[in-house]
Design a protein around this ligand. Structure first.
Ligand code: HEC
Ligand code: HEC
Length: 156
């Protein structure tokens, strides 16, 4: 934990492609199907390896739902998440890890007006697709961005 600010400072000075590299890349089909059925298949790089491990270990009691998988599928998805996890991503402060509460996420979203988070079309920060129109395809670029009540950031 002590080294966290240094990691973040270094990270902030990296060129944009460093962010891109952690977000793009094809999603494992099983991940997209199984972990994208109730919500956005979140980019694996937005949680660190330990947090993904915790998530995968608690699927039978997953945020009040049962998201348990057969051992083979769970093993496949778990291994893929470990491979693509964000190695410099800070830990989520929640007992059930949330990528939406990591320092990286909060910082990346600091310009989002408080009112936008409460818009009924958003409701929840985990509802990525409310603003990121390409979220289900793993697209989080500015061109696909549209905040409910605020419109598109770029008209094209
Ligand atoms: C049966 C539905 C369901 C399935 C299947 C499911 N989830 Fe979830 N997941 C939820 C719910 C409900 C929440 C909590 C949403 C909220 O209230 O913020 C959640 C939240 C999460 C969060 C935290 C999001 C945040 O707020 O930052 C992560 C990470 C996550 N799920 C990962 C997974 C992974 C990985 C899989 C596949 C192995 C999966 N989920 C499959 C229902 C599901
Ligand atoms: C209320 C609207 C809203 C929601 C919901 C939202 N975002 Fe964002 N997101 C934004 C805005 C605005 C930015 C900042 C864009 C900028 O400043 O360039 C952003 C930036 C990002 C970026 C950085 C993109 C880049 O190219 O630098 C990523 C990655 C991202 N969001 C992922 C997510 C994920 C994953 C979720 C769901 C767990 C989510 N967002 C939910 C509005 C939202």
């Amino acid at each position: 934990m002590k080294t966290l600010p240094i990691v973040f400072a270094a990270f902030a000075s990296l060129p944009a492609w460093a962010d891109e590299a952690r977000l793009t890349g094809p999603l494992l089909p099983a991940y997209k199907t199984e972990c994208g059925s109730c919500h956005t298949p979140f980019p694996p790089g937005l949680l660190n390896p330990g947090d993904w491990k915790k998530t995968m270990a608690g699927l039978d009691q997953h945020f009040g739902t049962d998201a348990a998988l057969d051992a083979k599928t769970a093993g496949q998805i778990g291994a893929w998440l470990q491979q693509h996890a964000g190695r410099t991503m800070g830990r989520s402060p929640d007992p059930e890890p949330r990528l939406t509460t990591t320092r990286w996420f909060v910082r990346e979203h600091r310009e989002v007006p408080a009112r936008a988070w409460q818009d009924p079309r958003v409701k929840n920060a985990a509802n990525c697709a409310a603003c990121h129109k390409g979220a289900d395809q793993g697209q989080f670029g500015e061109r696909e961005l549209s905040i409910p009540g605020y419109g598109r950031r770029h008209d094209d």
